[in-house]
Design a protein around this ligand. Structure first.
Ligand code: CA
Length: 480
């Protein structure tokens, strides 16, 4: 019999019986759009394992990345705070490069740190993109402070992105496989790079940034997904007898789109679509590992993406679904992402229209683990597993790749200046000294953000503008 999908709030879907603290697996895909998987309406790309997660879990229609680009969303997922807060941490525009220092202060209370203190075995496997070191990373020595200093027992993965130098894996504090006779030199300053004879060429193609050396440690792009998947499986296997928290951050489907040989050409569409099927298979392997070890029922899985897709059409496939815009932009296509939660022991399968964000994952996983964070910690993160009568998230601030903000409240969305809505793709649209052109959209009737209601509904626009200003000046924004 087919399960009956329910359009209910998550609190109505929580089983009421007592439950044990679960294992926690967060899967944060890279640049995967709302419409990419079959369970969100995609028909051309095959995603049976993501679809299984949705079928067995709770799929959110109104899930958001807290920003339209990688680094700030990843920052928020660990710290439970908006990256644009001016508190000496985070990033109020853009993304980190391969030369950036650690963005998260080691004194900050983080979700992995709270789980670690509560006895969980914690690991981050995949893309980091939040910097190393106090002033800059030392790729030839100890990469410290880094993930291990903000709450993870273990780290294996990519320092920044798959298109940025250095193209090496880091295990805990060290570059894996580095030959000391061929040290790594990198720079993100063109003048410095030129004077030191550094090149954009690394691991077989041109990248962002400049470097030389470290060749023995270079990854092969075609093997990244398999390598990260294998590391995740091994972590789960060796942690199976204790509670664990695994943050798996695949590089799929970030550009350059280079699928492994088992997936190249399998979608019949594009290398990015092939990479999406590779991501799906990787998730399938993790699900199968949990099944094989008898851990599935007591493992809470949260699946989402760090920002929207970077394109709207791939030979008929619509990565951004019905939405306008793409990665880095304030339009829904930049920030609306897939969001699925599966926890067989506690959450009934269904579909929810609740407003949720990757920003809410820290409070949610801590609550699932039975942890009460200190009051000042995770200030913008809302527990999605809160009781039926607890306050719900009724609005969410969204950030573009350029650091411009917008707000969604209920089903309304307010963008303070249309000239800034296009993020990285909007260069030159904002003329110096020109007045802001605000916009208001009703997403329940106009998901494609085509009809600007600013003239018709000025009071509504004013209310959202005031809420945005209030959140920008408030130290805490979670619903309380
Ligand atoms: Ca991304």
């Amino acid at each position: 019999m087919k399960p009956i999908l329910q359009l209910l709030t998550i609190s109505a879907l929580l089983c009421s019986h007592a439950f044990a603290a679960p294992n926690i697996l967060v899967i944060l895909a890279d640049d995967v759009g709302w419409g990419d998987a079959g369970c969100y309406g995609g028909t051309l790309v095959k995603t049976p394992h993501i679809d299984r997660l949705a079928r067995e879990g709770l799929r959110f229609e109104n899930g958001y990345a807290s920003a339209a680009v990688c680094t700030p969303t990843r920052y928020s997922l660990i710290t439970g705070q908006y990256s644009w807060r001016q508190n000496g941490a985070g990033l109020n525009k853009g993304v980190s490069n391969g030369e950036a220092p650690l963005l998260i202060p080691t004194t900050m209370v983080t979700a992995p740190g709270l789980l670690k203190d509560a006895g969980y075995r914690t690991a981050l496997i995949g893309k980091w993109h939040l910097g190393f070191g106090e002033t800059k990373p030392d790729y030839n020595g100890e990469l410290k402070p880094g993930p291990l200093e903000i709450g993870f027992h273990e780290f294996f993965g990519i320092p920044a992105t798959n298109d940025r130098i250095p193209t090496v894996f880091v295990r805990n504090h060290r570059v894996q496989g580095l030959d000391p006779a061929d040290p790594i030199h990198i720079s993100y300053d063109k003048t410095v790079a030129k004077s030191q004879g550094l090149s954009t060429w690394a691991a077989g193609r041109n990248r962002i940034g400049w470097g030389k050396g470290g060749k023995a440690a270079w990854w092969k792009d075609t093997e990244i997904s398999d390598t990260l998947t294998r590391e995740c499986v091994q972590f789960i296997e060796r942690s199976k007898d204790q509670r664990f928290f695994l943050l798996y951050a695949p590089h799929n489907v970030h550009a350059p789109a280079i699928p492994g040989p088992r997936f190249a050409g399998t979608s019949g569409l594009t290398p990015r679509a092939d990479m999406l099927q590779e991501l799906d298979a990787s998730i399938g392997e993790l699900l199968q590992t949990l099944d094989r070890l008898g851990l599935a029922k007591d493992t809470l899985i949260l699946y989402s993406s760090d920002n929207g897709a970077y394109l709207n059409d791939e030979k008929g496939h619509r990565p951004t679904g019905p939405f306008r815009g793409k990665k880095s932009q304030l339009w829904e296509g930049g920030v609306r992402v897939p969001f699925i939660v599966r926890w067989p022991a506690r959450i009934q399968p269904g579909v929810s229209t609740d407003l949720v964000s990757t920003l809410d994952m820290p409070a949610t996983i801590c609550a699932a683990a039975g942890i009460t964070p200190p009051k000042e910690a995770l200030p913008d993160s809302h527990n999605l597993l809160a009781d039926r009568d607890a306050p719900k998230r009724d609005h969410l601030v969204l950030m573009s790749g350029n650091g411009d903000l917008a707000i969604r409240s209920g089903h309304m969305k307010y963008i303070p200046d249309l000239a800034l809505a296009d993020g990285w793709y909007g260069a030159g649209k904002k003329k110096a000294g020109s007045a802001a052109r605000p916009a208001l959209y009703d997403l329940s009737k106009d998901p494609g953000e085509k009809e600007n209601l600013i003239e018709q509904r000025p009071a509504e626009a004013k209310r959202l503008a005031e809420q945005l200003a209030k959140d920008q000046s408030s130290p805490v924004t979670r619903p309380e």
